[in-house]
Design a protein around this ligand. Structure first.
Ligand code: ADP
Length: 445
């Protein structure tokens, strides 16, 4: 039954971990992709704005050509007819090395064929497209990349070669395209590598962060199961006794006193169990109100000690009291009283007749210690670390007789922790056990 529950829990936690991991994976992917796109776009925009700036300069120069000197005054179209003319005024010559300027008539006839030289073999594949007027666009001719802009030059242009014609400014952008592609490749590879690294890290992180959640979730689930189990036993006994009583309608209460008292005992057990559960649940959810006040030990010692003096003596055991320290502590008196009752109750329960139970205190530096020791059955080293666990009982059959649920020490530990103290077990030589509570002393009040 327990094994079945464990495998179900494992399945659920694995699913939970996987879900968390997938979520992280998607988050990182979205992050890297968007970051990559932003970086790539920025780089692309910078590259194009550099190219477009060059094209714009050329367009400006074509539309408003610098006034030519007298000796340069040559009719450009003539140059096309006579290719050996002065090259200084060649529009193509003025453009940067990577640029070319194509001059077309309104009918689309290329006018400066000769000045293009061997570039003509490539650029002849670029017909005039009037519909793309003034737009900058990328084109690919013979595996070469160009960015072009078609403009219409006014008839009043001072350069007769351009006047009234269409001009296409062509910029070779092979270099920029290659660096863009390289940049894209580097970006994809490095971001891919980082994504994988982040996945590995997030997987490890998920496991690390999920561990305490899974642990407390398992503890919670075990706690609920154990609590249900504890509740079931007294309820079954009460039900059995009630059903039995129903079969004896004519008997008197006196006749059935045993059944009634057993049922009452179980009701009492249920009562104390539900109170303990409530106490722990409140402490877990931090809704337990703690009323810290500066106080001295005498104000929380006497109340629990008094009733136990009578109980212990009545059971034929000895009670030694050695509490006299005068220190200031910041505690919730009622909680500390409850803690002492748990420890004294246990010491009494697990100590046989003629045994000795002792409560003492001492102060050492900044610490105040309360020790509850007994000459009882003692606690083995193996059980010492488990004893503060919820529902943990060393000997289930023995504690059944003592009426314990295994919750007392868990509550005791909770109380000590809320007071920023410690609780631990030592062996009481030569026989029994010793519970030591350590609380901080408040020096400045
Ligand atoms: P319980 O209500 O069963 O006493 P506790 O949480 O107070 O629950 O104690 C847990 C278990 O620790 C007990 O069942 C008992 O086996 C053991 N224990 C606690 N105090 C003592 C003690 N003074 N001597 C021996 N065993 C003890």
């Amino acid at each position: 039954m327990k094994k079945k529950r464990k495998t179900r829990l494992n399945r659920i936690t694995r699913r939970q971990t996987n879900q968390q991991f997938l979520l992280l994976m998607a988050t990182f992917a979205i992050l890297f992709i968007s970051l990559g796109m932003i970086i790539y776009n920025t780089f692309e925009n910078t590259t194009y704005s550099g190219i477009d700036h060059g094209i714009n300069n050329q367009v400006k120069m074509i539309k408003n050509p610098p006034t030519p000197k007298i000796e340069d005054e040559i009719h450009a179209p003539d140059r096309d007819i006579h290719p050996n003319n002065n090259k200084k005024n060649d529009p193509d010559n003025k453009a940067p090395f990577q640029s070319s300027i194509l001059v077309y008539t309104t009918k689309g006839k290329l006018l400066n064929k000769a000045s293009l030289g061997n570039r003509y073999t490539v650029l002849k594949h670029l017909p005039l497209k009037k519909s793309d007027l003034n737009k900058k666009q990328n084109i690919n001719i013979n595996d070469m990349n160009f960015r072009i802009q078609v403009i219409k030059v006014s008839k009043n242009n001072s350069n007769p070669m351009y006047a009234g014609n269409y001009v296409t400014v062509v910029q070779n952008i092979d270099g920029q395209m290659t660096s863009l592609q390289n940049f894209e490749r580097i970006l994809i590879i490095s971001f891919g590598a980082f994504w994988i690294i982040s996945l590995i890290l997030s997987y490890l992180l998920t496991r690390l962060t999920m561990r305490p959640i899974i642990k407390s979730w398992k503890q919670q689930s075990e706690f609920v199961n154990d609590a249900a189990h504890e509740l079931r036993t007294p309820l079954a006994i009460i039900q059995g006794k009630m059903e039995y009583l129903l079969t004896k309608p004519n008997n008197t209460i006196l006749d059935e006193a045993e059944s009634i008292s057993v049922s009452l005992d179980e009701v009492n057990r249920l009562n104390s169990l539900t109170n303990s559960l409530l106490e722990l649940a409140r402490a877990d959810s931090a809704t337990n109100k703690v009323d810290f006040k500066i106080t001295k030990p005498e104000f929380f010692m006497s109340d629990p000690i008094k009733p136990f003096t009578e109980i212990i003596e009545s059971q034929g055991k000895h009670f030694e009291i050695d509490v006299n320290k005068d220190v200031n502590l910041k505690v919730d008196r009622d909680k500390i009283k409850q803690l002492l009752i748990i420890l004294l109750d246990n010491a009494t329960k697990y100590t046989p007749k003629n045994g000795t139970i002792k409560i003492s205190d001492r102060a050492d530096g900044n610490k105040y210690y309360i020790t509850v020791s007994d000459t009882g059955v003692g606690i083995s080293d193996a059980d010492k670390p488990k004893i503060f666990g919820r529902f943990y009982r060393v000997d289930k059959s023995r504690t059944k007789a003592t009426g314990g649920h295994g919750l007392g020490l868990s509550i005791a530990q909770q109380i000590v922790h809320t007071h920023h103290g410690k609780i631990y077990i030592e062996d009481n030589k030569p026989q029994g056990s010793k519970f030591v509570v350590e609380l901080p002393i408040k020096h400045k009040v």
